[in-house]
Design a binder for this molecule. Structure first.
Ligand code: KG4
Ligand code: ZN
Length: 347
């Protein structure tokens, strides 16, 4: 069995070739970071146009690297939800066209579930049942994952996603987009105890929910206090921010986010009684989060699975979850539509 998987939910155009034993024969990602960087965030219209330009070359490159031809494919897996509408459409139209031309089945992939499946891919063996924590630019959610086709949403953010908070705080600090890697780098020389930022909902021991917008605002107020004036994008402040203040704010903010993620992951483990934890999504690339998750797993005696960095941020290798869906007969009609905002945990 041979699948081509396509990912275009946000700002990475990606394709991978996967076999029936979940071996990744190739995985190609064309990042759009350079296009969106100057705007400090992903611009949906630019993203969908860039997907259109890159989709076919990326698919070609994936096939070529795998040493396969279109005729070798048995099915196409494509991320159809959730994500940016224009971006999703480009991937789905490409997938449908190939399915029609090659007369092979179309398999829909839920992007959030695919992030968790990256842990299964990295482990090289079954990781279910597990608690799945997806932390990315668009999502911060906890799932009870019974198997590759069985996801139950336990709770998620009530406002911003963790990655979004990283990106916005980076912008306040005058750091480049995407903010996560920039904050991590700056935070490595900072003091995480210099500023006390809130840990929203952390002490709310019944709720498996996150909230990051208040934390972002608290950083903004702290920066106003430090500089003696409203701070926008690190410019226009009365007092410029010194490198050491930027590093300390970054470290203190990062620690607050990590505390929240850890606390709720621990609560989900307690509530479900499960012994495996999968942490995935772009923010799972964060070195501080990774090391603190490892300590948590040791303390709680649970098995922790986190993908390697290249499979934390968006990629098509995690679309290998389509292999499981195809095996279960879950194929889609060619009039399938995208579901931009709809997270359907059961799908
Ligand atoms: O999974 P992803 O590539 O796209 C979405 O599905 O949203 O995640 C992108 C997010 C961005 O917000 C980025 O700032 C964040 O992941 N990110 C990080 C790190 N690397 C990427 N956040 C914290 N630390 C990192 N090292
Ligand atoms: Zn993602």
């Amino acid at each position: 069995m041979l699948l081509l998987t396509i990912e275009s939910t946000c700002d990475e155009t990606a394709a991978a070739v996967i076999d029936g034993s979940l071996n990744v024969l190739s995985s190609v990602v064309a990042s759009q970071e350079a296009l969106h960087g100057q705007f400090g965030g992903v611009v949906p219209e630019i993203a969908s146009r860039a997907h259109m330009e890159r989709m076919l070359p990326v698919i070609d490159a994936a096939l070529q690297k795998a040493g396969k031809r279109l005729e070798d494919l048995d099915a196409i897996g494509v991320a159809t939800s959730p994500g940016l509408a224009g971006s999703l459409l480009v991937g789905l139209v490409a997938a449908k066209s190939l399915c029609l031309a090659l007369d092979i089945p179309l398999v829909a992939v839920n992007h959030v579930q695919a992030h968790i499946f990256a842990c299964r891919m990295a482990a090289g063996r079954d990781v279910f049942p597990c608690v799945g924590l997806v932390v990315s630019g668009g999502h911060t959610s906890l799932y009870r994952c019974g198997g590759p086709l069985d996801f139950e949403l336990l709770g998620g953010t009530i406002d911003d996603a963790a990655g979004e908070a990283f990106d916005k705080v980076a912008s306040l600090l005058g750091l480049p987009f995407p903010g996560g890697p920039a904050i991590q780098k700056t935070a490595s020389s900072g003091n995480p105890r210099r500023y006390t930022f809130p840990r929203p909902l952390l002490n709310d021991h019944d709720r498996l929910e996150f909230s990051f917008s208040g934390l972002k605002t608290a950083v903004r107020y702290e920066l106003d206090r430090i500089t003696g004036g409203p701070n926008t994008n690190g410019h226009g402040a009365k007092q410029p921010l010194s490198d050491s203040i930027v590093a300390d704010v970054a470290a203190s903010f990062q620690e607050a986010v990590v505390d929240c993620l850890l606390g709720k992951a621990a609560l989900a483990l307690e509530q479900t009684g499960l012994g495996q934890l999968c942490v995935a999504g772009g923010v799972a690339a964060n070195s501080r989060l990774r090391s603190r998750m490892e300590s948590l797993a040791d303390e709680r005696n649970v098995e922790l699975h986190m993908p390697p960095l290249r499979w934390c941020t968006d990629n098509a290798a995690m679309g290998a979850i389509a292999v499981e869906r195809l095996r279960a007969g879950l194929v889609e009609p060619l009039d399938l539509e995208i579901q931009p905002g709809l997270i359907r945990p059961g799908r």
